[in-house]
Ligand binder design. Structure first.
Ligand code: MRU
Length: 341
């Protein structure tokens, strides 16, 4: 049951993106004709979600190689522009580095780079389906699941991570119900997850972020599943702002708390969550949601896009290689070494 939409698709030499800034009120495409357009689309969040921006970055590097016409320093400059278009989701750096490595090994042959970018997309979709299979073991019949932000087909190259697991449970007839946090300030839950849930016909309820604590305390939630933008070697997880607070409430009330992500989201070189660079976004996102002023313009604003959940608050991290459970550092090390967990 795959979707009839694609967050990203490379065709006729252009990267075609669903413009996630205007969903669900408008369904529009944004066309990237060059590497600069790709970097802009990532930083302005035309496309968002860690695996989706990784997929876009692959095509961005391919376009950069075409534009550089063999000028290596120009190519590196363009790769750096893409690499720095957002700081937190490591899939972006992972994809750029993979493409640059490929460029070195194939002598900057554009057709080989396009193949590699396509491969990143294909692998991501395959990893998502594998994760959905593996993750189905944590969802029982009639479970009520809470999720945060958007981790579906829109956030990935196809199918989704946490939302992919949830969709599979629904299609498997588990009679689940989903509570989706609206996810302030950009409303990825309200605008994007709700759109995907309705499209998939999954029984669901949209809630203000601050309603989650009461639902969890009152025993209305069986488990939480959400995504990740970067997972450290010790198992700390950076994800959309609000994730950390949810993890604390789940721990307090004994509700299982899962993060789901492909292993391309693991930053094996970073040990601790405190070292993850957290993107700070504009004041306007907070005081002018949807373009409507809701606060005095003079007010100071703090708007981190992500927060870090310590591994101590996490029940398990669902990946395409299995569910990573404590001790997270040892099990992540096993994944790094290609061992089974
Ligand atoms: O700022 P966004 O919308 O890119 O943040 C997205 C998230 O935090 C997702 O949970 C994460 O990238 C996982 S997407 C499968």
């Amino acid at each position: 049951m795959d979707e009839n939409f694609k967050a990203l698709e490379f065709k006729n030499g252009e990267l075609v993106l669903i413009d996630q800034r205007v969903l669900p009120t408008r369904f529009e495409y944004f066309i990237c004709k060059n590497s600069k357009d790709v970097a802009f689309a990532i930083s302005d969040m035309v496309v968002r979600g860690a695996p989706a921006i990784g997929g876009c970055a692959g095509y961005g590097v391919y376009l950069a190689a075409l534009e550089a016409k063999g000028d290596r320093s120009l190519f590196l400059e363009k790769c750096q522009m893409i690499r720095s278009s957002r700081p937190t989701a490591v899939n972006l750096m992972w994809a750029v580095d993979r493409m640059m490595k490929k460029a070195e090994s194939c002598g900057y042959e554009p057709s080989k780079l396009l193949e590699e970018a396509d491969l990143i997309v294909e692998e991501d979709i395959a990893m998502n389906h594998k994760m959905a299979e593996i993750g189905s073991s944590v969802i029982r019949k009639n479970d009520v699941i809470l999720t945060h932000c958007n981790t579906g087909a829109l956030a990935t190259c196809g199918w989704g991570t946490a939302l992919g697991i949830i969709k599979k449970a629904h299609y498997d007839g588990k009679n689940i119900h989903v509570y989706a946090d609206e996810t302030r300030p950009r409303f990825q839950g309200a605008r994007l997850t709700a759109w995907e849930l309705v499209k998939a016909g999954i029984p669901s309820t949209l809630i203000p972020d601050s309603a989650a604590a009461t639902l969890i305390r009152d025993g209305k939630i069986d488990l939480v599943i959400l995504g990740a933008d970067r997972i450290t070697a010790e198992g700390d997880v950076a994800n959309k702002l609000g994730t950390f607070a949810l993890s604390v409430i789940c721990k307090q009330y004994g509700v299982p708390f899962y993060s789901a992500a492909p292993t391309s989201t693991i930053d094996f070189n970073m040990k601790k969550g405190k070292d993850i660079p957290i993107e700070q976004r504009s004041k306007d996102e907070v005081i002018r949601p949807g373009g409507v002023l809701v606060a005095p313009e003079e007010i100071d604003v703090y708007n981190p896009s992500f927060d870090v959940t310590p591994h101590q608050n996490i029940t398990g991290i669902i990946t395409e290689k299995g569910i990573i459970r404590p001790p997270f550092d040892l099990n992540i090390e096993r994944i790094k070494n290609g061992e089974s967990i």
